[in-house]
Write a protein that binds this ligand. Structure first.
Ligand SMILES: Cc1ncc(COP(=O)(O)O)c(C=O)c1O
Length: 456
């Protein structure tokens, strides 16, 4: 194997692993950096080199690495029992307690019950199946279509993938599921319609309504969207978009699902993404920040409108009124105790407020270097969910030729300087732990500034 010249790149054999979203030929020449240890906002490789974790794992380590409270909760639960199922007539204490905690966290949005799974894709899958079965329960079985946004990311299982609006992720697996439709996303920086954010928000809500009318409202089960689109390039909608979407859904009785896998639990400066927009969805989908990734966990929550349809006079366990869906690791006790401890930390340390404050500062600092560097086209974000889009030409906003690997070269230079950033098709994703400080933000911007100067 060719030795990777990059400092910190671990020399290891990648032959036995097929990595997610990565070209094996590339990895055989550029082995991934192996992270071996973490504490707070820093992680370390096998040589002891320290990196500022600008990615927050995979925008999921909200409370930072190595939190004693979470480790202690997991250890204590291991001493009691590591696993017991919540299927068919048994349950476990941590799952029951976490369900209570989550209903308290989402009381403002009116969530009534939680359905557990193992991650974000599964939690989306459960939401779409719940939506479809809900309409059967209330006597409208024709309502089965799921509408989502272009540039959306909802996961990789076939249902979630079918709701995705990112063409390269969809293309290799076509044809995807029937009945999944994507409409225009309100992307202020890149749209052919208008530069006025409010006008764009109105227009995109109208396009959603037109699509619902075109499909026939009686065939549409739900509309799903991220409060801030993540993997599509950190796209913050205009403030009027979500409230207008709620009105459109109400007019046509379509269920509104908020995919809060990234935005839930503080990342964008409010406890919930939907709360920032002042909207009560019918379902909310969680994973990632729910327990900061200490153990995989997903959760799909629904309000009384949805849940009550499943409570009938038929009391047989496996009746057709049951939600006949579930994953073995749903409500895993270790994941649930980790979540309870994690949510306590977020609440106690008011990390959502810190994310808002430090996020605003970080955006300001990034915008202050924007004019200096020829490739920075746009800096956008909300709280500690920030995207820096690189372009070939700032005036025309012409995208970079991806084969030039400009983004990769900048993230490599940052890595060398001890800062980890995620480069997604030449948009940097910055999503550090919510414990990030102003000094951490300075350290990160200095590294980006230097890396950009080298390239300029
Ligand atoms: C908004 C959103 N939904 C769903 C998912 C899928 O979650 P998972 O990777 O845990 O399946 C992701 C993953 O990044 C996400 O960003």
């Amino acid at each position: 194997m060719t030795k990777d010249p990059r400092p910190g790149a671990d020399q290891h054999d990648v032959r036995h692993m097929l990595y997610p979203f990565a070209n094996p030929s590339h990895l055989s020449r550029h082995p991934p950096l192996v992270i071996e240890r973490g504490a707070g906002v820093y992680v370390y490789d096998g040589n002891g080199k320290r990196y500022l974790d600008g990615q927050g794992g995979l925008w999921n380590v909200n409370v930072g690495h190595g939190r004693e409270e979470i480790k202690e909760a997991i250890r204590a639960q291991l001493d009691r029992i590591s696993f017991y199922s919540i299927f068919g007539g048994t349950s476990n204490r941590p799952a029951i307690e976490l369900a209570d905690v989550l209903c308290r966290w989402t009381a403002q949005e009116g969530m009534a019950r939680v359905f557990f799974s193992s991650g974000g894709s599964e939690a989306n899958e459960a939401a779409y199946k719940l939506a479809r079965q809900y309409w059967r329960q209330v006597g409208q079985p024709m309502r089965h279509k799921i509408i989502s946004l272009k540039r959306a990311y909802h996961g990789v299982t076939l249902g979630a993938l079918s709701a995705n609006g990112i063409t390269p992720y969809r293309a290799p697996f076509e044809p995807l599921l029937a009945g999944f439709i994507q409409v225009e996303t309100p992307h202020v920086y890149r749209n052919p319609f208008t530069t006025d954010p409010q006008a764009l928000g109105r227009l995109c809500a109208q396009l959603l309504e037109r699509e619902i009318e075109f499909q026939g409202p009686d065939s549409v089960a739900a509309f799903v969207a991220e409060p801030v689109q993540g993997a599509g390039g950190v796209i913050v909608p205009p403030a009027n978009f979500w409230p207008l979407v709620r009105e459109v859904c109400d007019r046509h009785r379509v269920l509104l699902i908020a995919d809060e896998v990234v935005t839930g639990f503080g990342r964008i400066g409010s406890e919930m993404g939907s709360r920032l927009w002042g909207v009560k969805p019918d379902m909310m989908v969680f994973a990632k920040g729910i327990n900061s990734g200490y153990i995989p966990l997903g959760a799909t929550m629904a309000n009384a409108r949805v849940c009550d349809a499943f409570v009938t006079t038929d009391e047989a366990l496996f009746s057709s009124n049951a939600f006949l869906h579930g994953n073995t690791y749903a409500g895993h006790p270790l994941a649930c105790v980790a979540a309870i401890a994690n949510l306590e930390i977020i609440e106690k340390e008011k990390l959502h407020l810190n994310a808002g404050k430090v996020g605003a500062y970080l955006m300001e600092r990034l915008q202050s270097i924007q004019d200096k560097h020829r490739y920075i086209g746009d800096v956008r974000g909300q709280g500690l969910m920030i995207g820096v889009e690189l372009v070939a030409d700032k005036k025309t906003r012409a995208p970079l030729d991806l084969s030039l690997n400009v983004g990769a070269r900048i993230s490599d230079a940052c890595r060398e300087a001890g800062v980890l950033l995620r480069n997604l098709a030449d948009t940097f994703i910055i999503s550090p732990p919510l414990t990030f400080t102003h000094a951490n933000a300075d350290e990160m911007v200095d590294a980006i500034d230097d890396a950009m100067s080298q390239l300029d």
